[in-house]
Design a protein around this ligand. Structure first.
Ligand code: SAM
Length: 344
């Protein structure tokens, strides 16, 4: 599929330290420097597999086979890229470059929350950062260990259940923030980031709308805003990359319309003809779930336009307890109304 790129307002990926929106001055030495390594501690692995976890496991299997990529995020689709599966890996590399470019100077230790198969972790370690990870999914954790070996400490638990005395120069969420309870995500990050350290969140949020739209997920941006007013994290950078991430939804929609829908129709038609009685019995039993899945995934509504309408994808950098932050300008984290364009 080739989608017109006209509607995408491309934002160039900044080089490290060249972010135009906000200049972040990192302290020379952050308090984690020279810390003795903390004892390895494993929290209780989460028990039951949720449908979201299963979805991520399957997404990784497909992404690896079809696109030769280990990343589980949307990617950053610059306007020079045609929107096709073959370009997903490149878009994901550009997104990774973008994220890394937002890590302030002086950061040495990172806690990465929700590492998927560890592809970003690997990149961070190669760049010289000391990285610990949080990963609640047994399947994804096993894939990450294959890639990362015994190097980084992986806390095999939900972020909400993290038990460690460690503090980090930076806590990083790459499309994992939406999975963590909002209040916990903020309060736990406040507890585990060094004084004057950073929290970097890259994820999509729901705009303030009366209806939720066909794409689930994401915390409500105005709830995030409300929480931030009472916490010690100060917003340093707020970058809107909705236009550059939305094409991923067009890609998935194209795949579902041109592959999954016809495969499903051919398969169901065959089963109905060959095994009419068991087919009807089974279809009757699963009717509700199948209809739900069809409306949700196969109706063609989950596309880039719907994403732009109902979601806003942000790269947000916060700094903990900046001296004098109370006197500084209040955070600019504006939820757009439906139909408005990205605010850049
Ligand atoms: C969409 S994937 C993103 C993976 C990776 N960060 C990337 O950018 O490719 C979401 C990740 O969040 C993790 N996750 C889900 N719920 C979580 C929770 N409550 N605490 C921490 N991580 C969670 C999943 O296991 C998965 O690794």
């Amino acid at each position: 599929m080739t989608v017109s790129t006209d509607q995408r307002q491309d934002t160039p990926i900044p080089k490290a330290g060249s972010e135009a929106a906000v200049v972040v001055e990192a302290p020379r030495s952050l308090s984690s420097a020279g810390k003795a390594p903390a004892p390895r501690r494993q929290a209780t692995p989460s028990s039951a597999l949720s449908s979201r976890e299963l979805g991520l496991d399957l997404a990784l299997i497909l992404a690896r086979y079809l696109c030769k990529t280990d990343h589980l995020h949307y990617g950053y689709w610059s306007s020079d890229m045609s929107i096709e599966l073959a370009n997903l890996k490149e878009a994901q590399e550009r997104y990774t470059d973008l994220l890394v470019s937002h890590i302030p100077e002086g950061v040495e230790s990172i806690l990465e929350v929700g590492i998927g198969s560890g592809a970003l972790t690997h990149r961070l370690i190669q760049a010289g950062y000391r990285v610990d990870c949080v990963s609640p999914s047994p399947y994804l954790t096993a894939r990450a260990r294959e890639l990362l070996g015994d190097g980084p400490q992986i806390f095999e638990c939900r972020y909400e259940d993290l038990q460690t005395p460690n503090r980090y120069d930076l806590i990083l969420f790459s499309e994992s923030f939406q999975y963590v309870r909002l209040d916990k995500a903020i309060s736990i990050s406040e507890a585990h980031v060094c004084p004057e350290g950073y929290v970097l969140i890259s994820d999509f949020f729901r705009k303030e709308t009366t209806e939720d739209g066909p794409i689930k997920g994401g915390h409500r941006l105005h709830e995030m805003h409300r929480l931030l007013e009472t916490c010690t994290l100060r917003l340093m950078t707020d970058r809107d990359i909705t236009d550059q991430t939305a094409p991923n939804l067009d890609l998935l929609n194209d795949f579902s319309q041109r592959v999954i829908v016809p495969v499903k129709e051919r398969l169901f038609g065959f089963l109905a003809q060959k095994y009419p009685l068991p087919y009807r019995a089974l279809y009757g039993m699963l009717r509700k779930h199948l209809r739900h899945a069809e409306t949700k995934y196969l109706s063609g509504q989950r596309n880039g336009a719907a994403f732009r309408k109902y979601k806003t994808y942000r790269v947000l950098l916060f700094q903990q307890g900046c001296p004098g932050s109370a006197a500084a300008a209040p955070p600019r984290l504006v939820a757009q109304s439906v139909g408005a364009g990205a605010d850049g």
